[in-house]
Design a protein around this ligand. Structure first.
Ligand code: MCN
Ligand code: MOS
Length: 733
């Protein structure tokens, strides 16, 4: 339909950049209403047991305090709906049970934020303590088998392992990590009769609407949710957490708009985290390197009374051509805040185990780690045997090896040095899962010559506004300046979450569908118009450029959108359409997510245990890239997150009280600028064949593989195999 233009693909600057730099983009915590008051939660200081008493009289008497809600006086609420990420967290303040340290036990509403915070500290809670279950291997915690229904078994793993020429078995573990988006999560709720408006730091406005409606027993149209700008989420904004419900409840109770902003410590207990894992992998191989069996079992942690969807071991099902594969996930219920998605959920942990195990196998076989991956390359999707909708992982490996200088790698452990530093080269591959769901968009063109395209989607810092603006311009044959793309309002056409690296695909295809539908509406308008050079044309006969629809074969024969509107006395034409994820079996292809090859150089000071990462090369097949500049930022962010997971991030829970001991950015370490060396990001591959726009997601694929490549490089440098993340100084001394 459209001629390719330079609009898409180009490194267009963020359309929301100037607003953000100038402080003019209103994040949910910036939103204000006349008469607005403030809420502050009170959190449990024990991990398990019951509330035996709760005294709010002192708090209620404090200046500015309007209400203190506890399980005694809070309204009974419904639990929100299930969706493709699992159930909604249970509503807060419904009974006296304590299931984790940091659980909300009350919420204070006051005129000023500091008054609410002070009064929250004056609420006195008495507890009846029980012994908390806090360790992943504590048999008192229920061990859930196949909790996601993703366990799979192909071939005969036991027999293949029994007869394999080489078997490698090891256990790997990853620490609990906490999402720390820069923007604190905030909810502003304003009721007007039986209608409520909610501004929320969410990755999914449509879901907040459905959930608030269900929890408060409202019809969906009574709820409107805005998330125009979100200060990051990295998965923590996928669910409707309890503070959102607290804010809406508080606003209804006091009859005033309420703002609730989480503090950083509250972020550690209230908006999810990446669960820790213990994983056992067994690989069977021929001496020549061909894998004959993979067995992967993962145990992860989950909360009491809540769920988290996070398949970890399934990475082993789709990554390599291996006839006998079994993978199993297990979840241990503990008295901890509920985990949730954190950038590359499941994959971040599973890939570390699998790609570390392969590296170990390569040394056993005396094979180059890259050669081992190539030897087991999955040309077709290994579980279903279908051809991939696109896969340029081989090219990722080749281009990455070339740019990194992998051929300069001395195979021996400890063989490379730079002065007193030991030098190590490590690599890992990533085969990211595909995720796409239905999405809707609306497009219109009016008499001012501007196209307006919208969807309820969110831009959590990724660049959704910008790439959809570009795509709309291309699909309608307009300049960027003639287009407006808007999002972040649940009244707009329904959108799925910015999650699973799937929004660009889902929304891009919805924008494609709605723009095509809009062009059809223009063609319908002139179908019998004797004055129109487009009369009788179908969508397949035409192309668009320069604000005109014209014959594909003869660009001179056509007319502008404006001419059509004017001649027919129309103010505008509008079309709404949806994308639908294709059925793999129907299209005869296995839907492919992004692929990546990660190469890392480490320097280790053997006397001091210092570990430096001077270089990372990341080559990504993301299908068609809509904006190289933004997509590169995504991969760089993923690399930084991967370095965080590998070297720094670890949420520490006190074994007695279940209190998170490092719930602040002073004690919870994340990488800083000085920890990041040279970062080289390259995109390879071709548009994916599954959808018209041809994109694959890149929001997460940058992260997995980095921790394994680092651990593998550390082994190459030092001969120490670190099987637990994060890698700390003491492990290197
Ligand atoms: N993009 C592109 N071409 C493609 C695919 C993507 O140019 N073929 C660019 C676009 O700028 C797009 C961005 O990459 O906006 C991410 O697109 P996509 O991979 O589809 O991911 P989503 O839009 O679904 O965003 C969510 C994803 C996830 S799941 C997490 S976790 C994550 C991530 O994005 N959280 C982020 N990246 C983040 N980046 C920021 N700044 N903040 C977060 O919280
Ligand atoms: Mo991403 S962790 O799926 O929001």
């Amino acid at each position: 339909m459209t001629e390719p233009t330079t609009v898409v693909g180009a490194g267009v600057d963020r359309v929301d950049g100037p607003l953000k730099v100038a402080g003019a983009a209103a994040y949910p915590s910036d939103v204000s209403y006349p008469g607005m008051v403030h809420a502050a939660p009170v959190r449990s200081t024990i991990a398990a047991g019951r509330i035996s008493s709760i005294d709010t009289t002192a708090a209620e008497a404090m200046p500015g305090v309007l209400a203190v809600l506890t399980h005694h006086n809070a309204a009974r609420l419904n639990r929100g709906p299930e969706n493709n990420l699992g159930p909604t967290p249970p509503p807060p303040l419904q009974d006296d049970r304590i299931l984790h340290n940091g659980q909300y036990v009350a919420v204070v509403v006051a005129e000023r934020p500091y008054q609410a915070a002070a009064a929250a500290r004056a609420v006195t809670v008495g507890y009846e303590r029980a012994d908390p279950v806090l360790e992943i291997d504590d048999p008192r915690g229920e061990l859930r088998t196949n909790p996601f229904d993703t366990d799979a078994d192909r071939g005969d793993v036991a027999t293949a392992l029994g007869s394999a020429e080489v078997v490698h078995e090891a256990t790997y573990s990853t620490a609990e990590n906490t999402n720390n988006p820069l923007g604190p999560f905030a909810t502003v709720a304003a009721w007007d009769g039986d209608q409520v408006t909610v501004h929320d730091a969410t990755q999914w406005t449509s879901n907040v609407r459905t959930t608030v409606a269900e929890v408060f027993g409202l019809p969906e149209p009574a709820v409107r949710v805005y998330a125009k700008y979100v200060g990051g989420g990295f998965g923590s904004g996928l669910r409707v957490w309890q503070h959102v419900i607290l804010a809406v409840l508080a606003a209804r109770t006091v009859g005033r708009p309420v703002k609730l902003v989480l503090s950083r410590p509250e972020m550690f207990t209230g908006v999810g985290h990446r669960p820790n894992t213990v994983q056992t992998i067994r690989l069977g191989a021929r001496r020549t390197g061909e894998l004959v069996a993979i067995d992967h079992e993962s145990v992860q942690t989950v909360a009491m009374g809540d769920e988290n969807m996070e398949p970890v071991a399934s990475v082993s099902g789709n990554s390599y051509a291996c006839p006998n594969v079994a993978h199993r996930d297990r979840q241990r219920r503990l008295h901890i805040p509920c985990p949730g998605s954190m950038r590359a959920p499941g994959e971040a942990q599973g890939n570390f185990a699998l790609e570390s195990a392969l590296d170990e196998l390569s040394y056993r076989l005396n094979l180059d780690p890259l050669t081992l991956r190539m030897r087991n390359y999955a040309d077709t999707q290994p579980q279903y045997g279908l051809p991939w909708s696109s896969k340029a992982l081989r090219e990722c490996y080749e281009v990455g090896a070339e740019r990194f200088g992998w051929s300069r790698r001395e195979p021996g452990v400890g063989a490379m040095r730079d002065g007193r530093w030991l030098v190590g080269y490590g690599m890992a591959g990533v085969s990211y899962l595909w995720w796409q769901v239905r999405c809707e968009a609306r497009a219109s063109i009016g008499r001012d010559g501007t196209a307006y395209v919208s969807s309820a989607a969110t831009d959590i810092g990724t660049g959704t506004y910008t790439v959809m603006w570009q795509l709309s311009a291309e699909l309608l044959g307009l300049e960027l300046a003639q287009v407006r793309f808007d999002l972040g309002d649940s009244e707009m056409p329904w959108s799925p979450q910015a999650g699973g690296s799937g929004l660009t695909g889902a929304l891009g295809n919805a924008v494609y569908a709605s723009c095509r539908e809009l062009i059809r509406r223009f063609l319908d308008t002139v179908a019998d118009d004797p004055e129109s050079p487009l009369r009788g044309c179908t969508i397949d006969d035409v192309a668009v450029s320069g604000g005109r629809i014209h014959h594909r074969a003869n660009p001179g024969q056509g007319e502008s959108y404006l001419a059509i509107l004017a001649r027919h006395g129309l103010d505008e034409l509008t079309a709404q359409a949806a994308s639908a994820p294709p059925e793999a079996q129907q299209v005869g292809m296995a839907p492919a997510g992004a692929f990546g090859a990660k190469f890392v150089e480490v320097h280790v000071d053997p006397d001091l245990g210092l570990l430096r990462i001077p270089r990372v090369v990341s080559v990504i097949d993301g299908g068609r890239i809509l904006n190289e500049k933004l997509a590169r930022s995504q991969i760089i962010g993923g690399i930084v997150g991967g370095i965080g997971q590998a070297l720094f991030e670890e949420t520490r829970t006190d074994a007695r009280t279940g209190r998170i001991a490092n719930a602040n950015l002073g004690d919870y370490l994340v990488p800083v600028q000085a920890d990041i060396g040279e970062v080289d990001v390259v995109f390879v591959g071709a548009p994916d064949r599954l959808t018209p726009v041809g994109t694959k997601g890149v929001g997460e694929v940058g992260l997995p593989g980095v921790p394994a490549a680092i651990a593998n490089a550390v082994y190459h440098a030092t001969g120490r195999r670190i099987r637990s993340l994060p890698i700390t100084i003491d492990q290197l001394l």
